[in-house]
Design a protein around this ligand. Structure first.
Ligand code: SG5
Ligand code: ZN
Length: 269
């Protein structure tokens, strides 16, 4: 049986620190962005995305590992305008469930968004791969995109349309390359920046977070909220455990963490 990442109940996130001490430590993520902790920083430039326009002749591997689904990115994709050069590793999503449209990890003034996309990068100037980087304080940079319900989003559909083919554990498909920049909001200049952690065990405090201020819209159908007939073809309940007893993977977001004595820097006033 695969080890399931559990968010609620006796083995839920409150119990993570027992096995994973970092989860009870400092610099934890996600957090709530509220005005008392925000500080404008004029040095925060828009990030530059190199190699993000991936030709359709290249492929991304999309895989269901039994507790979530992730898409490996191309090692030719990297970000500039951070303290180091960070190379793309994979992207994944956090979401809620059909009955409530709250699945984001970060919140803004206490408000959740429907879901949150994470694009994980590692410091390729100092470390050979994401595994070597993930427990180092300057190891990772994650971009977070808040998702809300709106019109159909053709760019996210380039991923979502393949989810029906990775419904079960260990299924894998190849996704034709596309411009990953199109998953990001139009405005790249406005974002929250802080030093935090992985939002899942082992919760290493190794992540330089960039959370874009402006959410991106996907449709209700794409999110599958309140549309049980779409369950089979969308990301909301993709992650099944071993057959024959499939279990929906829902509400895979961590609650916001305490943020004492720290500041979030913002690129906007
Ligand atoms: C998800 O979030 C990801 C992890 C990721 C953590 O649990 O899981 C998936 O996408 C399904 C496998 O990614 C992996 O396990 C791939 C190595 O952990 C990492 O990215 C470690 C470097 C935590 O990442 S997050 O803080 O951005 N949420
Ligand atoms: Zn994540």
């Amino acid at each position: 049986r695969v080890s399931l990442l559990i968010y609620t109940g006796p083995d839920g996130e409150k119990a993570w620190p027992k096995k994973y001490p970092f989860c009870g430590g400092v610099f934890q993520s996600p957090i709530d962005f509220h005005k008392d902790i925000l500080q404008y920083d004029s040095n925060l430039l828009p990030l530059e995305f190199i190699g993000y326009n991936v030709p359709s002749t290249d492929q991304f591997t999309l895989i269901n590992n039994g507790h979530s689904v992730k898409m490996y990115l191309s090692p030719t994709m990297y970000i500039r305008n951070l303290p180091f050069e960070y190379t793309a590793s994979q992207l994944h999503l956090h979401w809620g469930n059909r009955n409530k449209s709250e699945g984001s990890e970060h919140t803004v003034s206490g408000k959740h968004f429907a879901a949150e996309l994470h694009i994980v990068h590692y410091n390729s100037e100092k470390y050979p791969d994401v595994t070597a980087a993930m427990d180092k304080s300057d190891g990772l940079a994650v971009l977070a995109i808040l998702l809300e319900i709106g019109p159909f989003n053709p760019f996210y559909e380039k991923i979502f349309r393949h989810f029906r083919n990775v419904k079960y554990k260990d299924q894998m498909v190849q996704v034709p390359g596309f411009n990953v920049r199109e998953l990001l909001p139009d405005r790249l200049d406005e974002y929250y920046r802080y030093e935090g952690s992985l939002t899942t065990p082992p919760c290493y405090p190794s992540v330089l977070w960039t959370v874009f201020r402006h959410p991106v819209k996907i449709s209700q159908d794409q999110a599958s909220l309140n549309t049980p007939t779409h369950i089979l073809i969308s990301w909301i309940s993709l992650a099944f455990l071993d057959d024959p007893e499939p279990l929906e993977m829902v509400d895979n977001f961590r609650n916001v963490q305490e943020f004492h004595e720290r500041l979030v820097f913002i690129s906007f006033r």
